[in-house]
Design a protein around this ligand. Structure first.
Ligand SMILES: Cc1cc2nc3c(=O)[nH]c(=O)nc-3n(C[C@H](O)[C@H](O)[C@H](O)COP(=O)(O)O)c2cc1C
Length: 202
């Protein structure tokens, strides 16, 4: 299956990108086809009305929507910044409508903190971010706390207790996400979804 990984940090070299790359490698090992949009390396323009015509700088969304549409599931990786998800990630969601390719597909939230934060991002994304694009967050989520000491390629940087826990927990969450992706495929073909009549959620 195809998985889109959206990395929300604005930093070019971020811990969130490190986590995204780790999860991507696990998905590849499981036989899936992941792709990554790193908003630190490839930031999207800030929303304006031009997005409706898709012209000029907004060709980028036409291309991105094609990738979203062929994907079965998503992993949303966001650092916690000032107790929030990043504005780049919220901008991504603002650019995604009910026909963008996220609709009625499962997503795993993965928040990232240098210390023991991360919960605000989970609460924020679950409260908002999906109303119009109809992305479906699965009940499991990852909170990668003390990110500097886990999921590093260089094992000497990894905490011997925390790292194996995150390795196991990540694999568990991704297997579950794949299960949801498989189960939800048929949901989208049953003629239940009507975004022409109801383009926006309530
Ligand atoms: C502007 C800014 C605000 C931050 N606010 C928080 C915060 O509220 N809670 C937290 O746990 N970490 C916070 N951090 C630290 C991040 O957890 C840390 O940068 C971590 O590496 C994840 O960000 P990254 O993916 O950009 O590397 C903040 C970092 C920045 C740059």
């Amino acid at each position: 299956m195809k998985f889109g990984i959206i990395v929300g940090s604005h930093r070019r070299e971020s811990e969130s990108a490190k986590v995204g790359a780790y999860l991507s490698a696990v998905l590849t090992e499981m036989g899936h086809e992941p792709w990554t949009l790193d908003l630190g390396k490839t930031p999207l323009p800030l929303w304006d009305e031009g997005v409706f015509s898709g012209e000029g700088q907004w060709q980028v969304m036409t291309d991105l929507n094609e990738k979203l549409k062929v994907s079965d599931a998503f992993v949303i990786v966001s650092p916690e910044w000032h107790g929030m998800a990043t504005s780049g990630l919220k901008n991504f969601f603002m650019l995604c409508s009910s026909t963008s390719g996220l609709e009625h597909k499962p997503a795993l939230i993965c928040s990232v903190s240098a210390v023991d934060g991360g919960a605000y991002v989970v609460a924020e994304l679950r409260a908002s971010s999906y109303k119009n694009n109809r992305l479906c967050y699965i009940p499991e989520n990852l909170i990668v706390r003390n990110v500097g000491s886990v999921l590093n390629d260089d094992d000497s940087l990894n905490d011997p207790e925390a790292h194996p826990y995150f390795v196991d927990r990540s694999a568990y969450c991704l297997r579950l996400l794949a299960g949801y992706a498989d189960a939800m495929r048929s949901l989208r073909t049953r003629g239940l979804i009507d975004h022409e009549t109801y383009p926006n959620g309530m």
